[in-house]
Design a protein around this ligand. Structure first.
Ligand SMILES: Cc1ncc(COP(=O)(O)O)c(C=O)c1O
Length: 397
């Protein structure tokens, strides 16, 4: 059997209509391409959140059943995220309000140890949440920030090696661009960064919705993701080897636990959302992220072929390895206007730079960006055709 036969066979087993039935928020009147901004959630997740709120939890621990449940809810969610990213020890999972909040916290913590002459590398391909926290922390510490560029046409990341020195303390890079879809070779970048003794901080927020994530294979020392991008509730998770977390001293309250990972978690955790995280991870496990990836690859091919046939539509970036997230503009039309006209046709494809501001500027799109078409696990071929028809209409073709 060839790889293609294998793929077709596995794709057939992926029943998108069956999967869609799990999402009560899916409105058949709308074709949704806004998943990269946050996915819809299946009923199992909303049920888990509601059930936990109803269970009367207060705080972890103590002599009551509610205390034990809060404890178990927390540990289950850590275990779920650890499985999701291939982390052997769930003590390395830290929860926070969002990836952005966690990354500001991590940057502040790591920068306690940085000074003039030290260097930090950030990539222009990244969401600003994996740039600004490092820039702010480096500037406060008097350290130097170096920027890794990308090819504005292909959206392939440049080679990191020329930027690395024996003073590089950290390299921050995305596992997948939420604007252009590029999946850089993070493993090679991490190997080069480790050669000079730098830590590698990987933003897997966009990737986690589209493909299996493996901390070890990526070579990440620190990795962040946000469950609301992969069918879960709104919060963020930071993942690392607990041995690394043991070496870090975050700002914390005096009476709060000094254990890892609690040391990094400010205040009381949202137990109901943690229950939703576990349900979301179990949901992805029941479908298999590899199957989701194949389903999306098939739809992406259909989308790109259709887009190539519309003269006024420009597709930005053509990275070799990518997520099914495609940025387009229509010649002569503002992206906001294109998005509005698509919305009039029941097609949801938002416009902007999606906080990947440096990427948008570097790709020649200024601050306005483009229209982002995000395919996802619950996207159907009919929806792709509806989007293509809408774009042809908007482009007057
Ligand atoms: C690639 C990427 N990184 C980081 C973030 C920020 O995540 P959060 O909203 O959890 O702070 C986003 C959100 O859109 C994103 O797409």
């Amino acid at each position: 059997m060839t790889d293609v036969d294998d793929m077709v066979e596995s794709t057939t087993a992926y029943d998108v209509d069956d999967l869609r039935r799990a999402f009560p928020g899916l409105d058949p009147g709308l074709a949704r391409f806004d998943g990269p901004g946050g996915s819809l959630v299946p009923a199992v997740v909303t049920d888990a959140v509601a059930d936990t709120l109803r269970a009367g939890l207060c705080q972890r621990g103590g002599p009551t059943a509610q205390g034990a449940l809060a404890d178990r809810t927390t540990l289950d969610a850590r275990a779920a995220i650890a499985r999701l990213v291939g982390l052997p020890d769930a003590r390395g999972v830290v929860f926070g309000r969002s990836m952005t909040a966690l990354t500001f916290d991590t940057a502040r913590t790591l920068a306690q140890d940085w000074g003039p002459g030290d260097e930090v590398v950030v990539s222009r391909l990244d969401h600003d949440a994996n740039i600004r926290p490092w820039v702010v922390a480096a500037e406060r510490a008097g350290a130097t920030v170096r920027r890794l560029g990308f090819d504005p046409v292909t959206a392939e990341l440049d080679d990191v090696e020329p930027l690395l020195t024996d003073r590089t303390r950290l390299v921050a890079v995305t596992a997948a661009s939420n604007l252009l879809g590029t999946r850089p070779d993070v493993a090679a970048l991490a190997a080069a960064a480790h050669e000079v003794g730098a830590l590698v901080h990987v933003d897997a927020v966009h990737l986690a919705a589209h493909a299996p994530v493996d901390l070890g294979a990526l070579g990440a020392d620190l990795l962040v993701c946000s469950p609301y991008k992969f069918f879960g509730p709104h919060l963020g998770a930071l993942v690392a080897d607990p041995a690394l977390l043991e070496r870090l001293r975050p700002d914390k309250l005096l009476p709060s636990s000094d254990a890892v990972p609690e040391r990094f978690e400010l205040g009381t955790l949202p137990y109901e959302l943690l229950a939703g995280v576990t349900a979301a991870v179990e949901f992805t496990e029941s479908w298999g992220m590899a199957a989701v990836e194949r389903h999306e690859a098939e739809l992406l091919a259909r989308l790109l072929e259709g887009l190539a046939g519309i003269d006024r539509v420009v597709v930005h970036g053509r990275p070799q390895r990518r997520t099914p997230t495609v940025l387009v503009t229509v010649d002569g039309l503002d992206p906001v206007e294109v998005s509005r006209r698509l919305a009039d046709r029941g097609v949801v494809a938002p416009a902007g730079s999606f906080y990947a501001l440096e990427a948008s500027r570097h790709a020649g799109l200024g601050d306005g960006g483009g229209v982002r078409i995000g395919l996802g696990a619950y996207t159907t071929g009919d929806e792709v055709d509806r989007l293509l028809a809408g774009l042809r209409d908007v482009a007057g073709e």
